[in-house]
Write a protein that binds this ligand. Sequence first.
Ligand code: ADP
Length: 393
Amino acid sequence: MSNHVLVINAGSSSLKYSLIDATTGEAAASGLAERIGEDEGRLVHRGPDGETSTEKAIPSHEDALRRVIDAFESHGPALSEVDIAAVGHRVVHGGAKFGVPALIDDALIAEVEELVPLAPLHNPANLEGIRVARQLFPDLPQVAVFDTAFHQTLPEHAYTYAVPAAWQEQGIRRYGFHGTSHAFVSHEAARLLGRDPAEVNVIVLHLGNGCSISAVQGGRSVETSMGLTPLEGLVMGTRSGDLDPAIPAYVHRELGLSVDEIDYALNHDSGLKGLSGHNDFRELTRLRAAGDERAALAFDVYCHRIRKYVGAYYAVLGTVDAIVFTAGVGEHSPDARATSLAGLNRLGITIDPTRNAASARTISPDDAEVAVLVIPTNEEWQIARETITVLRS
Ligand code: ADP
């Protein structure tokens, strides 16, 4: 059987794709259709001839996928000549229903539709990607890989919020996100340590535009910082992360903001952006170095929150073999890594400054009790692998 998977990540106005060999992780091609539904769209395709970019309106997700197929035909590799095993879709919210990836059929689509209230922006876009892929690749099996699935192993005491029973009956609990990344990176960490994933405890810090931390015990997620939605936990590019749950009601009463306005502000105008005016960590780093006080405070709040969570998750796990940094900030910001873990020597956590500055794979000293690692995430590869696993099962 072929091991090539076309991985699709459909957002509300974008469609990312990769053609991946699930065995090696090698991408034969990848790309992004963006600004779908806007006046000017763009398709970037990276194939055997390098990168090509075309600007032209992309009215719908269906047009986007048709353009992607054309790009494969024009710039390679021609899809008609690749033996594709399946299409693997990223789906953000799988609720409590999906702890593993699943073959897509009409019943699964109906179940994912029922979860739309939990992810009103993401799940409809993911479903649209599934709809057009089924239409344009009717002969290929399609698999849904859920961002929440890896965290379905959280024990009940970790996923339950102390809220009224009637709320809990509505499905209000911690689900957690970035699961594909946490799964990939924690598995890679065990591999790097030369140990069986079932024997190691890892804290994973996924620090991208969205940020989350997880405690992975013997290969299973037992705690994670994102909750019912991706808003909870660490400080992110534009999301607040944790706050006093009384704040939304206070802001509603005192500032007159509506529920939707508050929801928008906490998701899009908070985090690093709310603190400094900038959500891009590179820009924040530049401004901080130039003496900008708001950027310096934003950086400190961001790192302080991480340190607090590392301490908490250390307590959850009891023993920690490795702490792993991944995603844009985690992979590329020595300052954020060093500041977040500063002063934790008593926990066996130390960073070697030279290794950290070079973003080496291992940034702790050789004799450190806890290995501190920098591992690039690869969600597309993980989706491809899980897609093949579903086909074989
Ligand atoms: P996403 O969550 O969208 O996948 P990424 O994992 O690409 O995001 O992370 C994006 C974040 O990583 C941005 O804040 C970006 O500024 C930051 N980043 C990327 N490269 C660097 C770098 N060299 N130094 C510091 N931050 C970086």
